[in-house]
Design a protein around this ligand. Structure first.
Ligand code: E4P
Length: 217
């Protein structure tokens, strides 16, 4: 399972890239706003921090304008993945870009039929937003399960990129369902490594080791 960082914070991305556990980055207009930085500048920088796909989202609403924005974004790095909204215009742009060999992430997916359309349009990734579904009383993970069945039925190459991940349980559930990717805030990636018994065990080992009076190097 691949882990993407859902952030435009370059310091966080650099720190995660150094662990060797980071497979890519996703951004969106809200994350760019939060970074307080110039969109094109920050995406160019992120693309250099990780060799994995870096999703950069268009803001246009028509196919023609999306394609114009995509042409600008593609120049920011070899690993740029164009992020398009799940609308008919977005799907049309996705098909055109995919036919041209461009990696596309179709975002704001909230139904299995939407995911089916994205796969037919040749998307490299589909981004179902599990947290936002949970927020309004739907079952976000049930959507992942449905998409997985449909994509397996037809052997679609489109990867299921679980988005709007809010906590480690989302990651566990997505992994059990066989999702290809989870994109999550850096805090969630770090939380995956935590367990109170690990901390407790380390404290005990450190105490006992100190009592031996030995050193390894
Ligand atoms: C990722 O591509 C999405 O933009 C992101 O996961 C949305 O997360 P949110 O629902 O927490 O804003």
């Amino acid at each position: 399972m691949k882990f993407f960082a859902d952030t435009a914070d370059t310091a966080e991305i650099a720190a995660l890239a150094a662990t060797g556990l980071l497979d890519g980055v996703t951004t969106n207009p809200s994350l760019i706003h939060k970074s307080g930085r110039n969109f094109l500048e920050v995406i160019r920088e992120i693309a250099q921090l990780t060799p994995g796909p870096v999703s950069a989202e268009v803001v246009a609403s028509t196919t023609a304008e999306m394609l114009r924005e995509a042409a600008v974004l593609r120049k920011l790095g070899e690993n740029i993945c164009i992020k398009l909204p799940l609308t008919m215009d977005g799907l049309t742009a996705c098909k055109a870009l995919a036919d041209d060999g461009v990696m596309v992430n179709v975002t704001l997916c909230f139904s299995a039929n939407q995911a089916l359309l994205a796969a037919k349009a040749g998307a490299a990734f589909i981004s179902p937003f599990v947290g936002r579904l949970d927020d309004i009383g739907y079952d976000g993970m049930a959507l992942i399960e449905d998409i997985k069945i449909i994509y397996d039925n037809y052997a679609f190459d489109t990867e299921i990129l679980v988005a709007s991940v809010r906590h480690p349980v989302h990651v566990l559930q997505a992994a059990k369902l066989g999702a290809d990717v989870a994109t999550m805030p850096p805090s969630v990636i770090r939380a995956l490594a935590l367990h109170p018994l690990t901390d407790k065990g380390l404290a005990t080992f450190a105490d006992d080791w100190a009592k031996t009076g030995q050193s390894i190097v």
